[in-house]
Ligand binder design. Structure first.
Ligand code: BYC
Ligand code: FE
Ligand code: FE
Length: 476
C-alpha cells in the first residue's frame, strides 16, 4: 500500500517529486488556494486548534489519523486509490479495452467539463458554509463543520491535480477558475444551482450534508467507474471521506428531531406555537426544509433525457453508480420507460434509449438512498406517539432542470396551476417566517459539554473520545 509522502510541500501518493514541472505548477497554485481559504473559507477560528482527521495512507488503517491542527495548516494533498493491474473498460462502447492512463484526444473536452463541474462544487460548499461557526450549537458540531470543510478543500485539490496533470494549459486555466467563481456571486457564480444557495443556519447545513453531499456520493460513484483511470481512483478515495459528511447530516437531523419530540412529550402538545415557544423546531418546518434541499439536490443529476449523459456513458467516461450491479453494460439497444410530460403538460408514458436515461437512473438510486434516513426519523416519531410522517416530495416538485422545470406540481407530484402553487408554497417550502424563526434559534454555544437548546447532544464523541472533549480550542 502506498504511503503518502508528507515530507513534501504537497503531500501526495502520486510520486510528484518525479515530475518537476507538474510539482512546480501545483506549488504555484498552492498559495492561491491558501489565500482563497483565508478569504472565502471558515469565518473565524482560523487560529484555533481543531481535532481533525487527516489521511496518512489510503488503506484502512492510515486514512483516518486524528490530531489537533490549525485549519490553515491542514495537510491538503493528492491521494488516489492504488492502481488495479490490468483494469479493463467495463461499460459503454469499448468494453474489454485497457483503461486509459492518459486522456484520449477525442474525449478531452467532455472529460474536462465533468472534472471542472465536480471540482467547482467542492470550494462552493466551503463558501456556502463559511458563516456557520458564528452559530455553532456545540464544539462537537463546530469540529464536524470544519472537518467537512477541510475535506471539501481536499476534494478540490483532487480535481485540480487531474486538471494540472492531464489537461495542460487549459487545465491550469480551469484550476484558476475554480478559485475565481464564488457561491452566490451574481457576476461569476458557481456552476450548479444548489451551490449558489445560501447556507446560513444549521438546519440548512444538516439538510445540505444529508441531501447534497449524497448527490456527491452518487456522482462520485458514477465517476469512480470511469475508464479514465486516474479519475476513477481519485473518486474512489474521495468516497471514503464522503461517508462522514452524510453522517454529519443524518445525525444532525436525528438530534434535532429527538429534541423536538422530547419537548413535545414534556409539553404534552403538538401545537406548533407551543413547540416554537419552547425553542425547538416543529416537525412541519423540518418537512419544509426537507422539501427544499431534496428538490434542489434532484436538479444536480441533470435532465431526465440527456444526450450528454448518453455520450459520457457510450464513451466509458461516466458509468452508473455500482455499474457491476447491472446486467447489460453496453445498453446500446435497450430502452427506458418512464412517466414523462406530453406537449399539453400532462403525464404520459415515454420510452427513450437507455443511454439517454442515465441521469434519471442515477437520480432514482439517489432517491432510494435518501429514503433510508426518513424511515429512521419516522420510527422515532412513531415511538414518541405522534402520527406525523416525513415524506420525500415527488421528483416533479419544484424542479429547475429537466423536463419538470417550470412545471407547477404539488409535493405529491400532481400538476397544478401556478396560482395554486403560489397560494400553498408557504406550507411546502420554508417561508420568510420559518427562516426568521430558525435564525432566532441559532446561538453560538462553545462551552465544553454544552449544546444549544434546539438540538439534542450527540450520542457519542469523535474517535472514541468523550462528548465533552474540547474538539475546538478557542484559545488563540
Ligand atoms: N444547475 O444533459 P443535461 C458534490 C447543465 S455534488 C445548473 O441535463 P448533463 C458535493 C449541464 O451542465 C456532485 N446547470 O445534464 C456535494 C448542461 O450544461 P451544458 C457534483 C445544470 O450534461 C456537497 C445542461 O445543464 N458532481 O460533489 O448530463 C458538497 C444540460 O445538461 C444543472 C457532478 O455534478 C444544475 N443543477 O449534466 C461538496 C459530476 N444540471 O452542457 C461537493 C460532474 C445540469 O449545456 N457533472 N446542468 O453547458 C456531471 O456529471 C454532469 O455535468 C451533471 C449533469 C450531473 C451536472
Ligand atoms: Fe466533496
Ligand atoms: Fe462532501
Amino acid at each position: 500500500m502506498t504511503k503518502l509522502n508528507y515530507k513534501e510541500k504537497i503531500p501526495n501518493n502520486v510520486d510528484l517529486s518525479n515530475d518537476l514541472s507538474l510539482q512546480r505548477a501545483l506549488e504555484h497554485w498552492q498559495p492561491k488556494f491558501k489565500s482563497w481559504w483565508t478569504e472565502m473559507g471558515p469565518e473565524g477560528f482560523q487560529t484555533s486548534d481543531v481535532y481533525l482527521r487527516t489521511a496518512t495512507s489510503v488503506d484502512a488503517d492510515g486514512w483516518a489519523t486524528y490530531g489537533k491542527v490549525k485549519m490553515p495548516e491542514y495537510r491538503w494533498g493528492i491521494f488516489l486509490n492504488d492502481k488495479v493491474s490490468d483494469r479493463k473498460i467495463h461499460f459503454g462502447d469499448n468494453i474489454g479495452d485497457p483503461v486509459w492512463q492518459q486522456v484520449p484526444g477525442d474525449y478531452r473536452s467532455i472529460l474536462r467539463k465533468l472534472i471542472v463541474t465536480q471540482g467547482d462544487t467542492e470550494p462552493a460548499s466551503v463558501e456556502q458554509q463559511r458563516e456557520l461557526g458564528k452559530t455553532c450549537p456545540s464544539l462537537y458540531d463546530l469540529r464536524n463543520l470544519f472537518q467537512v470543510n477541510v475535506e471539501e478543500g481536499r476534494h478540490l485539490w483532487a480535481m485540480v491535480y487531474l486538471l494540472h496533470a492531464y489537461f495542460g494549459r487549459d487545465g491550469r486555466e480551469e484550476a484558476e477558475g475554480l478559485l475565481e467563481r464564488n457561491s452566490g456571486d451574481i457576476d461569476n457564480p458557481r456552476i450548479l444551482g444548489t451551490f449558489n444557495e445560501p447556507i446560513t443556519d444549521w438546519v440548512s447545513f444538516f439538510m445540505f450534508t444529508y441531501f447534497t453531499d449524497r448527490d456527491g456520493k452518487y456522482q462520485l460513484k458514477s465517476l469512480a467507474e470511469s475508464s479514465f483511470d486516474p479519475l476513477a481512483r481519485t473518486c474512489q478515495f474521495m468516497l471514503t471521506e464522503e461517508a462522514h459528511h452524510m453522517q454529519v447530516g443524518e445525525t444532525g437531523i436525528t438530534r434535532m428531531i429527538q429534541k423536538t419530540l422530547e419537548v413535545m412529550n414534556a409539553l404534552k402538545s403538538d401545537s406548533i406555537d407551543a413547540i416554537r415557544n419552547a425553542g425547538v423546531v416543529d416537525l412541519q418546518t423540518i418537512q419544509r426544509y426537507i422539501n427544499f434541499w431534496f428538490s434542489s439536490s434532484l436538479d444536480l443529476f441533470g435532465s431526465e433525457i440527456s444526450s450528454n449523459s448518453a455520450t459520457a456513458f457510450a464513451n466509458g467516461l461516466k458509468g452508473r453508480p455500482d455499474e457491476m450491479r447491472y446486467k447489460d453494460h453496453s445498453e446500446k439497444n435497450n430502452s427506458f420507460t418512464f412517466e414523462g410530460l406530453s406537449l399539453e403538460n400532462t403525464l404520459v408514458e415515454q420510452t427513450i434509449p437507455m443511454r439517454n436515461a442515465m441521469n434519471e437512473i442515477t437520480r432514482r438510486s439517489y432517491v432510494t438512498d435518501c429514503e433510508i434516513g426518513l424511515k429512521r426519523w419516522n420510527r422515532l416519531i412513531k415511538k414518541a406517539g405522534y402520527d406525523i410522517i416525513f415524506t420525500l416530495p415527488s421528483t416533479r416538485f419544484r424542479r429547475n432542470i429537466g423536463i419538470w422545470a417550470g412545471i407547477d406540481s404539488n409535493p405529491e407530484g400532481i400538476i397544478i396551476t401556478k396560482n395554486e402553487f403560489d397560494s400553498k408554497v408557504n406550507s411546502w417550502l420554508p417561508s420568510e417566517g420559518d427562516k426568521e424563526f430558525i435564525k432566532s434559534l441559532m446561538v453560538q454555544v462553545t462551552k465544553v459539554n454544552k449544546t444549544a437548546g434546539w438540538i439534542a447532544p450527540p450520542s457519542r464523541g469523535i474517535n472514541s473520545l468523550e462528548i465533552g472533549y474540547e474538539y475546538v480550542e478557542l484559545r488563540q
